[in-house]
Design a protein around this ligand. Structure first.
Ligand code: PGA
Length: 251
């Protein structure tokens, strides 16, 4: 049985009060595709207003601190995200692994903190262009998973993995279908090794330059259970066709 597809938007550092109308438009249109789960991960300070604007629609954060609370200036805990109305969070995005020097161990702790309060997690992994060109992509992503997968997860919250080749993010370049298939199969195998039968329930998303014109082909690849979408998630006009493509593959 294929898993229900998840199409999650990552607004990154985009979004002001004036963009709440776009959140409303996306949530309303997504409601037309009940065979697809749709979520929007917005800047932290927009979460509460977005969640109030679209009750019942999944609003998420883009990062979370691993500690429950304490002296961590500028950081946000899992409970705070939940309290603000988030139902999920991204962890380990390559822009944080690079920009904030986040290491696998920290990503793992963040994922565990989020899952422990019932937040669904999208955990990102992906290789650089140099690694891809030298043939080390599968090993590199495997090592990232070894270091950053949570020790365990149960039915309280969902764990999804997003395979996001760094060189495909925001560049318009995407791996070949065969490369995506090879990586997703390898990730599926890792999940099985780590979690046994439960590993089969974790959705594996592809991310990096997903848009309406390539979404159908990407969703047709084995073990692609959805997408994490950056630039094309900012406007309903760009994002909803991607949701529609996922629904079309669902049949
Ligand atoms: P993009 O970003 O769709 O703009 O390439 C994807 C991501 O970074 O999650």
């Amino acid at each position: 049985m294929p898993l229900k597809k998840l199409v999650a938007g990552n607004w990154k550092m985009h979004g002001l009060s004036s963009d709440l109308d776009e959140v409303r438009a996306i949530a309303a249109a997504a409601g037309e595709y009940p065979s697809v789960d749709v979520a929007l991960c917005v800047p932290a300070i927009l979460i509460e207003r977005a969640a109030r604007a679209v009750p019942g629609f999944a609003i998420g954060g883009q990062d979370v601190h691993h500690a429950e609370k304490g002296a961590h200036t500028g950081c946000i805990s899992a409970l705070m995200l939940l309290d603000a109305g988030a139902s999920l969070t991204i962890v380990g995005h390559s822009e944080r692994r690079e920009g904030q020097r986040e290491r696998d161990q920290e990503v793992k702790a963040k994922a565990e903190a989020a899952l422990s309060v019932g937040l669904n997690v999208i955990l990102c992994v992906g290789e650089s262009l140099d690694v891809r060109e030298h043939g080390g992509a599968v090993d590199t992503v495997g090592a990232q998973l070894d270091g950053s997968l949570p020790a365990a997860f149960d039915s309280k919250a969902e764990l999804a993995i997003a395979y996001e080749p760094i060189w495909a993010i925001g560049t318009g370049k995407i791996p070949t279908s065969a490369e995506i298939a090879e990586m997703h199969l390898a990730i599926r195998a890792k999940l099985g090794e780590r979690y046994g039968a439960d590993g089969a329930n974790a959705r594996i998303l592809y991310g990096g330059s997903v848009k309406a014109s390539n979404a159908g082909e990407i969703f047709g690849i084995a073990d692609v259970d959805g997408a994490l979408v950056g630039g094309a998630s900012l406007k309903a006009a760009d994002f909803i066709p991607i949701v529609a493509a996922a629904a079309a593959v669902e049949g």
